[in-house]
Design a protein around this ligand. Sequence first.
Ligand code: URA
Length: 305
Amino acid sequence: MLDPAVTLAQAGGLAEHLQRIGVQWLPTADPDAAAALAEHFRFAGSGSPDQAADQAAPPSSASAPPSVQPAAAAPPATPVAGASGAVQPSVGGPAPAFSLEVDSADPAEPYPGPSLASDARAAELAKFSEQVAACTRCEILSKCRTKTVFGEGNVSPRVAFFGEGPGRDEDLSGRPFVGKAGQLLTKMIQACKFAREDVYIMNTVKCRPPNNRNPEPTEIENCREYFQAQLEILRPEYIVCLGLVSAQALLRTKLSVGRLRGKFHQYFDSKVLVTYHPSYLLRNPAAKKAAWDDLQLMLRDAGLM
Ligand code: URA
């Protein structure tokens, strides 16, 4: 049976996401229709639908236009168009017994500045991508690279996947996650019923470290301005950190993936999920089950399963 509190919270979350990506208008709730819907779903056992809404609706953001009424007005969450639907059995599994809590006592601090419409986002990202292509902040990386790898995908995404740095295939092509690890990431994205084009894919560092070594702390700091600017433009509802490097860089922590996964963290008003890097999963297939558990945590929270 549907849990009205969860459904209303998800609808509110979706409405906030639509606002963030520049949808400026949502239909005003028709109280009669809402009552009929509540009756239809028989909101039993947890008080009236109004009480449920009071408990579940997220506080309306300070920047919300007054006509937007997230909890009552949002359309139901729908699967993202274009998904291939090819669930990979190797990453399937039952629900994890994880906490759905965000690990911050403070309310989310909103991303600074205005949320841009999609064409403005694309233009801003293109500007940063050109800047990155000319970057020489890291002497070694800028000399070794073939191409910088800025990132690609939906500029108004619900989900951004955040990797470590380009490997050989990415360095040659200028595109993120196109090698073996990228093929596994694509399968993970498809298992979530998204297509690659539905999400945004990016890395912590934009140049390939020689011999695929981990990026040095100074290299990560040199790229921080770029990945932070990217995320500020994209404002995804969820950021999935793939592996230790991206998780530690984004969350400014020294904790391990094992300690960070299984719950949401916060980066401005994006929810951050940490899971294993696809390269690690290729070397340790037994961890695929845990990675799928992590993704399911996000899908449930997003109302997509
Ligand atoms: N590994 C990453 O972290 N990013 C890529 O783009 C490719 C492999």
